[in-house]
Write a protein that binds this ligand. Structure first.
Ligand code: NDP
Ligand code: MG
Ligand code: MG
Length: 341
């Protein structure tokens, strides 16, 4: 059984006693910075010169510093810039000032697991990974709840790395929900596998194909949108609450029977075999190399794929439909529906 930690297992004063630099003020960055500050931690935000995020962090009341200055100032440096930029930020602006006794922290183990960042001995290296998008991490904290975190220690020079990781998790609200102990390797490999095969990759493709089959057969795109995309959330909510069993309990017997007989025709054993291939590419570093090489090459493949995804007909249908219905209360002020990045 996995080892779990709750409020009583973590000592907030350990993180309250540290100066914390949050590098990046995006999805995770704004949530960590604001949650920690609300937990009584001294936080500063670290950004590159001329960063688009500076105005936002300052408007939220934070002192913004360069990454180099923040690293000199801080006891704990949490890197919350995009994974593909962390290696460069670390080499130029963190490593030269990362003196003994400081703590380097991550919310995803990518750069440590695949060897893009190698911190010196004498520095604690910890991971606190909330299992939700940053905006949800903040929203739940404000509502008095928390998002489960998983935590790990790669290097424990001080002997108190685990305690600091737990305290940090408490500071961002994680122990309100529950925190699970893991390793950098397990977090990185399972996180990438989950998002690639089920959460993002698998689900997106399933939705797009479902929409294509219905519209190509002559059904109205708006109806297809509701059947294969909109309702997915309602189904996922039930699965989240009580597993697949609760979802099957709630849907009609017709839907449940269709699930049993048609599900395996769509997602057959060959899918599982290809999931294993995806996992192998993650474990061997093939995926990481492809991602980083493309990023180093100006993200040509990445940007093309993003454009291709955004131009799928279901996106156009959805944008128009969401304007017309009342359920959609735009919650994240910095997301514009239909924006192209
Ligand atoms: P974002 O893409 O939201 O981060 C953007 C922020 O990073 C901006 O403030 C941006 O500033 C800053 N940034 C970009 N480049 C640099 C740079 N060279 N120097 C300094 N700051 C820079 O990142 P996420 O929050 O999505 O991810 C951060 C980490 O958290 C990753 O390791 C990710 O895997 C992990 N994670 C993310 C989750 C999520 O919810 N998104 C969930 C769990 C973990 P600027 O305005 O200058 O571009
Ligand atoms: Mg991830
Ligand atoms: Mg239906």
């Amino acid at each position: 059984m996995a080892e779990l930690f709750y409020e009583k297992d973590a000592d907030l004063s350990l993180i309250q006693g540290k100066k914390v630099a949050i590098v990046g003020y995006g999805s995770q960055g704004h949530a960590h910075a604001q949650n920690l500050r609300d937990s009584g931690v001294e936080v500063r935000v670290a950004l590159r010169l001329g960063s688009n995020s500076t105005a936002k962090a300052e408007a939220d009341g934070f002192t913004v510093m360069t990454v180099a200055d923040a690293t000199k100032w801080a006891d704990l440096i949490m890197i919350l810039a995009p994974d593909q930029h962390q290696r460069g930020i670390y080499a130029e602006d963190i490593a030269p000032y990362l003196t003994e006794g400081k703590t380097l922290a991550f919310a995803h183990g990518f750069n440590i697991r695949f060897g893009y960042i190698t911190p010196p001995a004498g520095v604690d290296v910890i991971l606190i990974a909330p299992k939700a998008p940053g905006h949800t991490v903040r929203r739940e904290f404000v509502a008095g709840r928390g998002i489960p975190d998983i935590i790990a220690v790669e290097q424990d020079a001080s002997g108190e790395a685990w305690e600091v990781a737990k305290a940090y998790a408490k500071g961002i609200g994680g122990t309100r929900a529950g925190v699970i102990k893991t390793t950098f390797t397990e977090e990185t490999e399972t996180d990438l596998f989950g998002e690639q095969s089920v959460l993002c990759g698998g689900t997106s493709r399933l939705i797009q194909y479902g929409f294509e089959v219905l519209t190509e057969a002559g059904y109205q795109p708006e109806i297809a949108y509701f059947e294969v995309l909109h309702e997915l959330k309602l189904i996922v909510d039930l699965i989240h609450e009580g597993g697949i069993t609760k979802q099957r309990w709630s849907v009609s017997d017709t839907a449940e029977y269709g699930d049993y007989v048609s599900g395996p025709r769509i997602i057959d054993a060959s899918v599982k075999e290809r999931m294993k291939d995806v996992l192998t590419d993650i474990q061997t570093g093939v995926f990481a190399k492809r991602f980083i090489d493309d990023q180093d090459n100006g993200a040509v493949e990445f940007k093309n794929l993003r454009m291709e995804g955004e131009s799928h007909p279901i996106e156009t249908t959805g944008r128009e439909l969401r304007k017309l219905f009342a359920w959609q209360d735009a919650k994240d002020s910095d997301y514009v529906d239909g924006q192209t990045a």
